[in-house]
Design a protein. Sequence first.
Length: 617
Amino acid sequence: MRHRWILLFLAAASLASAQPAYVREHFDKREVEIPMRDGVKLFTSIYIPKGVTDAPFLMQRTPYSCRPYGPDAFRGSLGPESEFTKKPYIFVYQDVRGRYMSEGEFAWMRPFKPLKKPGEADETTDTWDTIDWLLENVKPNNGRVGVYGTSFPGHYAAQCLIHPHPALKAAAPQAPMADNWLGDDMHHNGAFWLPHAMNFIAGFGKKRDGPTQDYGPRVFQHGTNDGYKFFLEMGPLKNANAKYLHNQIAIWNEWMEHGDYDAYWQAQNVPQHLRNAGGVAIMTVGGWFDAEDLQGPLRIYRAIERFTPQNQSTLVMGPWYHGSWNGGPGNSLHDIVFTVRTGEDYRTKLQMPFFEKHLRGVGEADIPEAMMFDTGADRWSRFDQWPPASAKPVSLYLRSGKRLSFAGESRGSRPVFDEYVSDPAHPVPVSATVSTGMPREYMLEDQRFVGSRKDVLTYSTPPLIEDVTLLGPVTASLYVSTTGTDSDFIVKLIDVLPDDAPNDSPRGPNVKMGGYQMMVRGEPMRAKYRNSWSHPEPMVPGKPTKLEFAMPDVFHTFLKGHKIMVQVQSSWFPVVDRNPQTFVNIYTADAGDFHKATQRVYLSGETQSAIRAMRLR
């Protein structure tokens, strides 16, 4: 989650380099403390366009500060991106409850309360009460409100859809957190996202004594740029407090007490409550290579479609990192070049028309049900549902001889398997980049840097004789065994470029693109959760066991002449914390609980491992 701080830095840099003088000339600024139904007051900055009589509200609620503070301090740009500054909106920024200058106590993904007593509050009521106050006290306005936000602010934009105010006409949750245990930020299929959580919370989770404009420095510094070394030398998870956090971060302590998907995490799940958003136009936005909140937009969109299918709901997924759609042309990521300027497309053809139509009644937004970018074919596609009805199920089978095939292995008298030894003392690195944080490029990085490791299994098709488009959810269906009683299994779906691919990486011609192994999707599974997220069970040593788990959606064409590759491994360090490979509480495990294990992946008959997806023909 260090990239959330990068986003904040970039936002601050944007404000500094933009034109506060223009905003000051064209907007009046008010700073108010809006009372909520329980008496708590939320600090809110309001920018009102001068000489406009019927402007709508466009609001962002944030835990990251609505600075700059002070009636004479103006932002350099307003709205989701700088072009909105030129539009006649009343821009509203609010510090959420318990953060920065707002009163109250902050709660991580504060759960929705379906049955509230009089005066009880949650994020839905805070949004409702804020809108009520704005409509009454900021005039003239046209009676329409829109909300937006990326990452944590995207989560608040999604939460207000649980019980939307009648004046709420448009919402754009961008990279919203849907469930921090089931795939967003902190956990993926039971595996803990270590630096992602620990680094972020060292600053964000600091206690405050009351409203403040500055939380001060993080509670620890790494002292090195080598994240692999830092987290390996830290040892078991419980050492994080002993060595670095020193019990200063209450939220970290909560997480360490709730390792399984228990009531604590279940209550924070947003999609389960999205049953009443039918009257709001919604555009949910995500990035195919968002290392933080890729699952969130997909799950929120699906919940809205399931509960309120009549809703004007749109899903937009582009070839983007976390939040990168609102800055830059969007025509490259890491080593991969696109001919389409996807960021500009999103901002000019989707986001701006969306708010203009639904808040100001201006123009027509030509936005389909699903606007999806094919990350292999380098083009946008429009669909009337996601996944499209024309897509058909397809399986890719892991076969002996390190082959990957659309045809399965025949049944034999004895099982066929590949095996490797997984050693927690020497985990497989997640990236070739040395970093103490989470290198966002790992989501599509060249995987050749682990190709020679004996603890990584690799399966590949021959060069394709035709284009193959895979889309929608990806399911890893593995048959595995371990000599331990728990293990992680990471599955990576990879596009292998032909040997004559041009050296066109944005990082320069020294990057050899011939044979480049671009990761399209990767996801871990902690085996003890194979039957239940809430009630883990040990593996039986040596027993072949089915391990089936969902990976986030893809939309990728493997072009003719490319190869499709799948890799399987049991560590992905340090992004995924180390599994001791014994059935213990990993959050309280000791160094002596960590052991080597021999892992087998089965390839034939009734124990045929495969990757399942949908194919567009």
